[in-house]
Design a protein around this ligand. Structure first.
Ligand code: NAG
Ligand code: NAG
Ligand code: NAG
Ligand code: NAG
Ligand code: NAG
Length: 362
């Protein structure tokens, strides 16, 4: 009887996580710490060329009690990865420092040295909150949650990458520093702040995604796309965000070469934007070009500006809105009565007559 009990206890400790507290002071602590359902991360440096990877038991709570810094090395990454279900991650305001200036050469992931990206691979359900990413080498968060996930009160600060450096030939040193790259369903990102040089959010595929109460500055605003072939995006809400000093506030970018894709049921409300350099709104089926010959392989429908009103102020030479559709590819009628754009000039609207409730005035 007693030996059976011992066997049972051993079996439990092998197959089920324990209600213990695992502490991480270095990568060598990770394997034993993730056996526990509380994991505390203390300040340490991740050796260059390695991923800090947490594969967590169901229901684990993770806390940061110090900053995590990543060593410098040109390699593929990611730098941090977390997976598991029903996870409660709280960064308590601590920092993941990517040491971006070591990598930045103004070319991002389009050239130059190989930069570890994404920096942060998030594959959990539950919540991920209160962490700050400082100076990512390139793209920051890649999100592919297995079940509903709330990401909230996060900061991405790549603002230092706005300046040129010795390697960037006068270009802003940071490039392709997307805040959140998302191909998933059932995700809320809220009350977060992104200072970067590319998309604040880019949704490449997926459904039931809410992006609300966030602040984006320095980059390319809030994007759906780019949309490639054979993908669907639907049921997206972009609300109550503030976009400043960006190329545009809101964009839907679809590859000119895409086929068999659809984007539908996209709702914007309560957003504000200032210091918009090129466009207020850009909807373009000629990506990666801008307002060039559009493709017609993405069926775009149900783009709505609801209330409260989205209010944008664009720079004097910027287009208020520009819509560039392939023949027959933008469909239905779109209620844009909840949109105001101040400043700028009227932009082109090509191959589409379905916008209602919004008129561009000079
Ligand atoms: C996983 O964790 C959640 C939250 O702690 C709990 O409700 C659920 O029952 C757990 N599921 C399994 C399969 O253990
Ligand atoms: C990594 O690079 C950053 C930025 O160039 C530098 O500040 C830091 O000292 C470097 N760290 C190490 C361990 O070399
Ligand atoms: C079209 O795209 C869908 C995904 O949205 C995919 O399931 C389907 O196989 C694609 N059809 C063809 C003919 O490639
Ligand atoms: C485009 O999508 C809308 C909404 O899903 C649908 O009603 C319409 O039939 C689609 N049109 C084409 C040409 O696929
Ligand atoms: C309308 O779309 C077609 C492609 O579907 C494109 O070739 C054409 O240039 C577009 N019209 C205008 C005025 O841009």
């Amino acid at each position: 009887m007693k030996s059976q009990l011992i066997v049972l206890v051993l079996a439990c400790s092998v197959f089920a996580a324990e209600a213990c507290v695992g502490s991480i002071y270095s990568l060598s602590d990770v394997a034993s710490a993730v056996q526990c359902t509380t994991v505390n991360i203390h300040s340490f440096t991740v050796p260059a060329g390695q991923t800090f990877s947490l594969t967590l038991a169901n229901g684990t709570s993770v806390n940061m009690f110090g900053d995590v810094t990543f060593g410098n090395q040109s390699w593929a990454g990611p730098l941090f990865q977390i997976s598991g279900k029903h996870i409660n991650f709280d960064g308590h305001g601590h920092i993941f420092n990517g040491n971006g200036p070591f990598y930045w050469d103004g070319l991002g992931t389009n050239g130059g040295i190989i930069k570890p990206h994404p920096m942060m691979k998030i594959k959990i359900s539950g919540t991920f909150r209160n962490a700050k990413v400082l100076n990512s080498p390139a793209q920051v968060y890649s999100v592919s949650n297995p079940a509903p996930l709330l990401m909230t009160r996060l900061t991405v600060d790549n603002s230092f990458g706005n300046l040129p450096n010795a390697q960037s030939n006068g270009l802003p040193a940071g490039h392709n520093t997307d805040g959140f790259d998302v191909s998933t369903t059932d995700l809320v990102i809220s009350n977060s702040q992104v200072m970067n040089q590319d998309d604040c959010l880019a949704i490449n595929r997926g459904s039931n995604i809410v992006f609300t109460g966030n602040t984006c500055s320095g980059g390319h605003g809030i994007s759906i796309g780019s949309i490639a072939s054979d993908v669907g995006v639907k049921g997206i809400t972009i609300s109550d965000n503030t976009i400043t000093n960006s190329d545009q506030a809101l964009r839907i970018k679809m590859d000119a070469t895409a086929t068999n894709s659809s984007v539908s049921d996209i709702t914007y409300f309560g957003n504000r934007g200032f210091g918009l350099r090129l466009f207020g709104i850009l909807i373009d089926q000629s990506y990666p070009d801008t307002l060039s010959t559009p493709g017609s392989g993405v069926n775009l429908s149900g783009v709505t500006f609801g209330r409260p009103v989205t209010s944008l102020t664009v720079n004097p030479s910027a287009d208020k809105i520009a819509v560039n559709c392939g023949l027959g590819a933008c469909t239905g009628t779109w209620d844009w009565s909840g949109l105001n754009v101040h400043g700028g000039i009227a932009g082109p609207i090509t191959n589409f007559t379905g916008i209602r409730g919004f008129r561009q005035k000079q």
